[in-house]
Design a protein around this ligand. Structure first.
Ligand SMILES: Cc1cc2nc3c(=O)[nH]c(=O)nc-3n(C[C@H](O)[C@H](O)[C@H](O)COP(=O)(O)OP(=O)(O)OC[C@H]3O[C@@H](n4cnc5c(N)ncnc54)[C@H](O)[C@@H]3O)c2cc1C
Length: 391
């Protein structure tokens, strides 16, 4: 994150001891919420402090599927109208109809959001790690090495989980942005999952491809697993995949490394006070079965605004119960039967329209539609998991 442009509101010491709102964490969720708060005309925002531990972040390639009109459409660097899925014997490529798969650079997002916030005299920044958040004697406080600061409302994206929640997996990956010597990529199609490369030592991994042009793409080797891999494992698999499926000379322009928790949010999200509100990762905005969070943070932000304006109850958890149940089932399945997952994903994509699958993953389907998805999946392993329920 470039903090050089934060002007007079950027500080290493607290400027006041009390604020109306404090947001802990200037990340995806914190910045979305901060900008929404300053832009909301029907809220009388008096003061907002954003407390952030680190001044720099690794750039991330944030993607999501959504209609094209949304508050971040000006930041979309590339969008794709088709999604592809491949596994041995299955190859699907489909139009997303009214949606697009869209890419935003986290760096552009930070710059854009910070620019809005630094122009607002009601907003202060403190670059300091928060040591604790408490509600002693009814006073909400963030504790830092530079002193304690209180607020009527504290929003924080510091997860108090996931290690305690089970099942717990990581989605972990290494991506290479490559440039090829000849035109090889279909610029209209993002490959969400390609299981074509197999390796007996690693039962569940796939490749993900975001083509930025006919010669430039991000190719990522992604795992869903309990344990992380050594760097060499991703590198070997990426090398093999590119040699086999993109067999032209290439150069590596940049790399993206990441790990995203795949875990259900804790059952009780508001621990100490109804005015200390988890957001982002801490609120379960990362969908446990996919690792996507960007549009869920958007939805949660709107729910928080509605709650502050007393229009609706704040939704905790972010997902309806039945979607948490599906996610738990799915994570348990991955943990117990990783070798079956490429086949299960293949049935999912073979038997359902991609736009429908994405609608389901965005939790916008109804019970009947969800039943249709499950009926068309191989049932054996789902039944085994259901009969042998995890805690
Ligand atoms: C490489 C990579 C690629 C990804 N791609 C996608 C994608 O394509 N689509 C998608 O939807 N999601 C993607 N994700 C996941 C997405 O980045 C996260 O889910 C999202 O950033 C979560 O938002 P957040 O605000 O909860 O956390 P963050 O964005 O991580 O923000 C949390 C902030 O809190 C700060 N912080 C932490 N502790 C403290 C403390 N004690 N005091 C003060 N500040 C603190 C951190 O420095 C950070 O700035 C990706 C993640 C990675 C790593």
């Amino acid at each position: 994150m470039n903090n050089g442009c934060l002007g007079t509101h950027y500080s290493f010491i607290p400027m006041r001891t009390h604020y109306q709102y404090i947001i802990v964490g200037a990340g995806c969720a914190g910045l979305q919420l901060a900008v929404a708060l300053v832009r909301e005309k029907n809220l009388s925002l008096e003061s907002l402090l954003i407390v952030e531990a680190t001044a720099t972040h690794e750039e991330k390639t944030w993607c999501f599927w959504y209609p094209t009109n949304h508050p971040f459409e000006h930041l979309v660097k590339k969008s794709w109208k088709n999604i592809a899925f491949s596994a041995p014997g299955v190859s699907v490529k489909e139009d997303l109809q009214s949606m697009r798969y869209q890419y935003i650079s986290s760096e552009d997002f930070y710059q854009d959001q910070l620019l809005v916030l630094q122009q607002d005299s009601r907003v202060d920044f403190l670059f300091e790690p928060v040591q604790a958040i408490s509600a002693d004697s009814g006073i909400n406080q963030v504790v830092t090495a530079k002193g304690n600061i209180s607020a009527a409302y504290i929003f924080h994206s510091q997860p108090s989980y996931p290690v305690s929640e089970k099942p717990f997996l990581w989605q972990h990956f290494l991506g290479w942005e490559i440039e090829t010597a000849t035109d090889v990529f279909d610029v209209d199609t993002a490959t969400m999952m390609d299981f074509s490369l197999t390796d007996t030592a690693h039962p569940l991994f796939f490749h993900y491809i975001l083509p930025f042009s006919s010669r430039r793409a991000l190719v990522e080797c992604t795992f869903f697993s309990v344990n992380l891999c050594e760097k060499e494992v991703y590198e070997q698999l990426l090398t093999q995949y590119i040699a086999k499926f993109i067999p032209v000379p290439f150069t590596i322009l940049s790399k993206e490394v990441g790990k995203i928790p795949m875990s259900l949010p804790p059952k009780k999200l508001i621990a100490e006070s109804s005015t200390i509100i988890p957001i982002g990762t801490a609120a379960g905005c990362i969908k446990a079965s996919t690792g996507y969070s960007f549009t869920r943070c958007m939805k949660h932000t709107q729910a928080i605004l509605g709650w502050l304006k007393k229009e609706n109850e704040i939704p905790h958890p972010v997902s309806a119960k039945r979607f948490l149940f599906y996610d738990r089932l799915f994570l348990t399945l991955i943990q117990r039967y990783p070798q079956q997952m490429p086949g299960i994903f293949a049935s999912l994509f073979k038997n359902n329209r991609v736009a429908f699958i994405l609608q389901f993953l965005a939790e916008q389907t109804n019970l009947l539609q969800e039943a249709l998805i499950f009926i068309r999946l191989p049932k054996r392993y789902f039944i085994k998991v259901l009969l042998n329920r995890t805690k």
